[in-house]
Design a protein around this ligand. Sequence first.
Ligand code: HEC
Length: 171
Amino acid sequence: MRAFLRSPKGARMSGKRRESLIKTPKQLVTVLVLAFIVPIVVIVLLAQLATSGRTYDEDARSPEAIAKRIKPVAEVNLGAAGPAGKEPAAKADGKAVYESTCMACHGTGVANAPKFGDKKAWAMHLMHGTEHVYENALKGKGAMPPKGGNLTLSEAEVKAAVDYMLGAVKP
Ligand code: HEC
């Protein structure tokens, strides 16, 4: 009980000590507001630091990422230009090109397309020479669409597919 009665004195003493730091209610409110805002600002800044570090430095600015982003625009040219990435390997693979694009018609002879492996049919088309056949494969002829309808193929890819088909009808 005595201790309780004395406590106001103690409170006054501790209040005195606090007075040196926060003198008015206004300052108290300021401190409370700052205590609320400062951590949020710090967290936001840290989050920005963390995310920007990841996307800019490692992923987005790497040559591969840039090449990937511009790929849709440059794809056709890349294939024709040659020694960059995986395109050249695919270009040389006439079988793969044939199976992905040409087989739809040339596998069964749709619309009178010279059938794969049909020597007689191909002999007729080869009458004017192999260069002429390349030319028709690239530019189209009758029901044969240019590049077999797949305009993303490079010239070399189409020629490789023609070579693949001609290889099957060689005497
Ligand atoms: C939509 C069906 C179709 C597709 C797909 C197609 N062709 Fe053809 N192709 C034809 C037809 C039809 C002909 C016969 C055209 C004619 O003689 O009038 C033909 C003819 C050809 C010829 C003979 C050209 C000549 O000189 O007479 C070649 C070579 C050829 N195609 C290559 C290809 C290649 C390579 C592909 C795949 C990249 C392909 N074609 C995809 C339908 C197709």
